[in-house]
Design a protein around this ligand. Structure first.
Ligand code: ASP
Ligand code: MG
Length: 421
């Protein structure tokens, strides 16, 4: 069994869906589970619907929702002939559910409504794609992943219940894959609680969903189809000299994702690594290219890997009485990170102060600064960027950081991080 994941860019137009079908056609001889994302920027558009609804702007929410609805209806109309009616019926059920919801008044949390609305993107795209594949004789079964992907009710960032999910995925998929039907198509990013409330796994979470399927089904591989040739050592838009990396070790990818490289959703690797399932990052624009293979083998001769994150803030916390920063305040600080869901990008401790660099999310920074102000004098600096280089050498470090107005630097044998203005 193989698992494929197609991201939003690979299904954002009629041509791209036809391209997906061509790729799938060449793999249909053995069992295949296909996980898809919402088309293009649909998730962003649905976020806007959820925001308007929650702010009580019902008309605006309905209007915004109609745009999404008509985009999908148009795609359906231009792609399908024999399967048009069946697809339309299924889409209409999804639309009705949301339209009902939009006529209510919000009485629960924003995150709850967000998930009930935003989960629609993946349901719509997978539904159209499944019907299209059947129409062009690529026989497949569609499933609503919310019947298998069980999560808790931590809306917008739900945690997967592995035991229930494993049992349900195995039972469902093994039942559907037969000699006559080898393909199952379903949604990434979404799940449901035991009360059948929709949940999402965090933005860009489809990679993670695909890794869960691969793990539970003991797949021989997971392929993630993207609009790049594979994993590069830097973002080619910012660094024109970026090169493709043919092979990467699981741990290296975890490190890259940790420092903010937008390669693969950070939670994706662990389920694969636990079962030694290789991950292929391939180009849907040129499916013959080998792409990048991510596996257990140790890497040799990796180029320097460069990750740049903008929009950073630096908090300097200084003890109020000039006493040393001891265990107690540090414990308290980590407790706050947990409570506020903060993931610092860099921490440095000195005798009487702690430096914390984090993404500039104003309300989180405010909450952290307020809580920390009981023990520390807090200073905040904004508008910074953090450059991380793994496997650096002095030349690369000098070239990339020379002209920068450095605020702080942290360096180990493998990794250097430079925070600058
Ligand atoms: N559609 C979701 C998003 O845009 C999930 C994903 O693409 O992985 O975040
Ligand atoms: Mg995406």
């Amino acid at each position: 069994m193989k698992v494929f994941k197609f991201g939003g860019a690979s299904v954002n137009s009629i041509d791209r869906i036809k391209n997906l079908a061509e790729i799938v056609a060449s793999y249909q001889s053995s069992p295949l589970v296909i996980i898809v994302s919402a088309m293009g920027k649909t998730t962003n558009a649905l976020e806007k619907v959820a925001e308007a609804f929650y702010q009580g702007k019902r008309e605006e929410a309905i209007q915004l929702f109609h745009v999404v609805k008509h985009q999908h209806l148009n795609t359906c109309k231009y792609m399908l002939v024999f399967k048009y009616n069946a697809c339309l019926e299924q889409l209409s059920d999804f639309f009705t559910e949301i339209e009902w919801l939009l006529h209510d008044k919000p009485v629960r949390s924003y995150d709850y409504y967000y998930d009930q609305i935003v989960c629609l993107g993946e349901l719509l795209s997978s539904c159209i794609i499944s019907h299209y594949l059947n129409e062009v004789n690529i026989k497949n079964e569609w499933i609503d992943v919310r019947d298998c992907m069980r999560t808790n009710n931590n809306f917008r960032d739900a945690d997967v219940d592995w035991a229930v999910t494993t049992e349900k995925i195995r039972a469902t998929i093994l039942d559907l894959i037969t000699e006559e039907n080898k393909i199952v198509i379903t949604q990434g990013y979404i799940g449901a609680t035991e009360d059948n409330e929709s949940t999402t796994l965090g933005r860009e979470g489809s990679d993670y969903s695909a890794a869960i399927f691969a793990n539970v089904l003991d797949a021989e591989s997971l392929s993630i189809w993207k609009d790049v040739d594979g994993v590069m050592n830097a973002d080619p838009k910012a660094y024109p000299d970026a090169v493709l990396i043919n092979e990467l070790n699981y741990t290296e990818v975890i490190e890259m994702a940790y420092y903010g490289a937008q390669v693969i959703h950070p939670k994706t690797i662990k389920p694969l690594q636990n079962k030694q399932i290789p991950l292929y990052v391939k180009s849907f624009l040129n499916s013959n290219l080998p792409g990048t293979t991510i596996h257990q083998k140790k890497n040799k001769n990796l180029p320097p890997i460069i990750v740049l994150k903008n929009n950073q803030a630096l908090l300097e916390l200084k003890t109020q009485d000039f006493s040393f920063v001891g265990e107690e305040p540090i414990i308290e600080l980590y407790r706050l990170f947990k409570q506020l869901h903060i993931k610092p990008n860099l921490i440095q401790t000195a005798a009487i102060s702690v430096f914390i660099c984090m993404d500039d999310k104003p309300e989180k920074i405010e909450q952290l600064a307020l809580a920390a102000s009981h023990q520390f004098d807090v200073q905040i600096q904004k508008g910074l960027s953090i450059l991380t280089i793994r496997h650096y050498n002095e030349t690369v470090l000098a070239t990339l950081s020379e002209t920068k107005d450095k605020v702080l630097q942290q360096q180990s044998e493998e990794t250097v991080q430079v925070l600058f203005k």
